[in-house]
Design a protein around this ligand. Structure first.
Ligand SMILES: [Zn+2]
Length: 555
């Protein structure tokens, strides 16, 4: 039986009315265009938090922390970065742009600056100054901004869609993890001055710290010194007593409090103050707060993922998140909040622990490796004149273009020679920047990961392919490989539009921004390549192709 065009039209109008009712579509001319959206989206990024941790500790978590998302939200246990450069800066950029390095341009935490002849950070910006750095250091230090981003972010699109009414904030102990998530239009990004622990920002955002930040800095950091962090059965894990650093100076806040559970507490305390004093989640449009919790990474490099300290940090964080979610409930109401959880990268097990199981692994000692590579290049291009041709940021090598120019070697040949020297020194393989720029990679899963890692920024470079469980530092452990232990991270969402359940379909961190953008009815970030995770959406939001990818939802 065929419907008449008229009844089709009537049904279509009824459908639109129903859709408008369930998702509160913007009504032209109405001031409440965003009334169906949440008041606040909080994205929690745990720095160096592997995807398997949530499964490992699930039985030991309480009901209101991680399990708010695991039991009452949409949880994707098979979420992997589809690129090779699993570092903090690219990871945060990916989560908020929905793109990889070949879209957002952030290829590493630090780049070789050919003009300055030194490494610069991915957010360092000479056109800005630090704000809030005390003493004589103030004013002469370059500030930070997202100027290296080649794509916009979820926060930027939220700002565009609301003509600036949405407010966007980024918070982290690390500058890059506060700046990149916020994007270009963020109201503020706050991170800490490593020595004092004071929260600072840059003139990119504002010329002085708000009163509430100044007050926080004058009283709170002191509370975090001289504490004992205890684990199971009262075992002392770490103390935050004042101590000397390796160089003989007093060790700073980042070094002492950073690798303890108190670092997470400190960040969440600051986030609560920000929400209260900036009235976050109480404005006319949806606000976005990105909180990147750094302590897991600072500690994880030292002790590895299987240590009692890392276990305790995860269990403590579970309590800290429960308190924070409870605060959001009182302050804003959880029905008006969406929460997303992920990580910027995972980490390798400690190579010594891997070797005990007869699995190949190594702590290479990158300084030795760098010397070896420069030695091979010297023998080839300037025998008898030892030259630093590369700066190794294992497994990536930055090339000093001037050194190669002096030897009359052009980019293509220079990168090829560096790659061969890296292979001789023990790396499994390599991809040069010129090769990636031309898209000349094998049509394999690994080849595509390196293609996604390419950025036109950063001068000449070569990406070495490391052996698995083979890390750069001579002690401890690291990330930065294309392997699952570095690419596997959690992805989970809590909020009304999400259908609670565990979805074992493949997901990527790049899916976070486009999924949230779609639910908000706004454009995805400019270079987004992620997929909208339709299988995890509650029925009113299901699109025509829902179900094609359905996981094992547990309604
Ligand atoms: Zn790290």
């Amino acid at each position: 039986m065929r419907s008449s065009p008229r009844s089709v039209a009537v049904r279509f109008i009824l459908f639109l009315a129903w859709l408008a009712a369930v998702v509160s579509l913007p009504v032209p001319g109405s001031a409440s265009a965003y009334s169906g959206r949440p008041k606040l989206i909080v994205v929690i990024v745990i720095d160096q938090f592997r995807g398997d941790y949530l499964e490992r500790y699930r039985d030991q978590f309480g009901d209101a922390g991680f399990r708010l998302l695991l039991d009452h939200g949409a949880y994707f246990p098979n979420c992997n970065y589809n690129y090779a450069n699993t570092h903090t800066a690219p990871g945060h950029a990916t989560l908020f742009t929905g793109a990889y390095s070949n879209g957002h341009g952030i290829v590493a935490n630090e780049y070789w600056d050919q003009k300055k002849k030194r490494m610069v950070t991915s957010v360092e910006d000479d056109d800005t100054k630090m704000v809030g750095v005390a003493g004589d250091k103030s004013g002469d230090k370059a500030g930070a901004s997202p100027h290296n981003l080649l794509a916009d972010t979820l926060g930027d699109e939220l700002k565009l869609a609301t003509q600036g009414k949405s407010r966007v904030f980024g918070v982290s102990l690390k500058d890059r993890a506060a700046v990149l998530p916020g994007g270009f239009a963020a109201d503020a990004a706050y991170w800490i001055e490593p020595k004092s622990g004071a929260w600072i920002t840059s003139t990119y955002y504002r010329n002085e710290l708000p009163r509430w930040v100044q007050d926080f800095n004058s009283t709170r950091p002191a509370k975090y010194w001289d504490r004992d962090w205890k684990g199971a059965q009262g075992m002392l894990l770490r103390s935050t007593a004042h101590r000397k650093a390796k160089n003989g100076e007093d060790a700073g806040f980042y070094e002492v409090i950073g690798p303890t559970t108190f670092g997470n507490e400190y960040e969440l305390e600051f986030a609560r103050e920000l929400i209260v004093y900036e009235n976050v989640g109480r404005g006319p449009a949806t606000d976005l707060l990105a909180i990147s919790l750094s302590p897991n990474d600072i500690l994880g490099h030292q002790v590895g993922p299987d240590s009692p300290e890392m276990q305790q940090m995860a269990l403590d964080l579970d309590h800290q998140l429960a308190d924070f979610f409870n605060f959001l409930g009182h302050q804003i109401g959880l029905a008006d909040v969406w929460i997303a959880l992920s990580a910027d990268h995972g980490v390798s097990s400690l190579p010594d622990a891997v070797k005990k199981l007869h699995i190949p692994a190594a702590n290479l000692g990158a300084a030795k490796l760098e010397a070896q590579i420069n030695g091979a290049l010297t023998a080839k291009f300037s025998p008898g004149h030892p030259t630093a041709y590369v700066k190794l940021d294992y497994p990536l090598a930055w090339l000093d273009q001037d050194a190669f120019a002096a030897a009359h070697v052009k980019e293509h040949d220079a990168e090829g020679a560096v790659g061969e020297a890296m292979k001789q020194a023990g790396l499994r393989d390599y991809y040069t920047k010129s090769q990636l720029a031309e898209g000349e990679v094998p049509d394999t899963a690994l080849g595509r990961k390196y293609l996604n890692s390419y950025s036109p920024e950063g001068g000449w470079y070569v990406m070495g392919v490391p052996d698995f469980y083979t890390v750069g530092p001579s002690t401890g452990t690291d990330h930065a490989s294309p392997y699952t232990y570095d690419t596997h991270v959690p992805l989970a969402f809590y909020g009304l539009p999400f259908q609670p359940g565990t979805y074992r379909t493949s997901a990527e961190p790049a899916d976070l921004a486009p999924t949230l953008a779609s639910l908000l009815g706004i454009n995805a970030p400019t270079h987004s390549v992620g997929r909208v995770l339709t299988e995890a959406l509650s029925p009113p939001h299901r699109g025509t192709n829902s179900g094609t990818n359905s996981g094992e939802g547990q309604p």
